[in-house]
Structures are given as C-alpha cells and as structure tokens.
Write a protein that binds this ligand. Structure first.
Ligand SMILES: [Zn+2]
Length: 81
C-alpha cells in the first residue's frame, strides 16, 4: 500500500463506513464480506467518499460504486489483461 492509499485509509477511518454490508465503526478498517482485509483499496468507495477522500483510481473499475457486487483481487487481475 503506497503513501497515498495509507493517507486515504487514515482519512476514511475518521468516519463510519456507510456501506451496509460493512458498517465498520470509526477507527475500524473496512473488511470484505469474506472477512479479509482490503488489499488494493484503503476502504469501501462509499466510505472514502463520506470521508472526503479524493483518490486517483488505478483502474476505473476499482473505485466504481457497485453495490451489487463486492470487489475482489481477481477483478484487478482481470482488469490488467
Ligand atoms: Zn466498509
């Protein structure tokens, strides 16, 4: 995780995650629905937005708000092809 993402995560931790399948409290990191911590994203896109984080997405799909599906590392691998 680079410095920009680390700063974005710190900023995101100052608000509660509004994503209804996560709802991480202030100070608690977002977790994926399988319980693992995020790898490429510092927090859920909705939480980043709520915290006022301006993040440059590495792939358009990475920060897209897609409530119907959960981002997973396999998506990033697919996007790089
Ligand atoms: Zn979250």
């Amino acid at each position: 995780m680079n410095l920009e993402l680390a700063a974005a995560r710190d900023q995101a931790l100052t608000v509660r995650c509004p994503y209804r399948r996560c709802l991480a409290d202030i100070g608690q990191p977002c977790r994926r629905t399988d319980g693992h911590e995020f790898v490429s994203l510092p927090a859920h896109p909705a939480r980043l937005t709520a915290a006022g984080v301006e993040l440059t997405p590495t792939t358009p799909d990475e920060l897209a708000d897609q409530p119907q599906r959960t981002w997973s590392p396999t998506d990033a691998i697919r996007d790089q092809r």
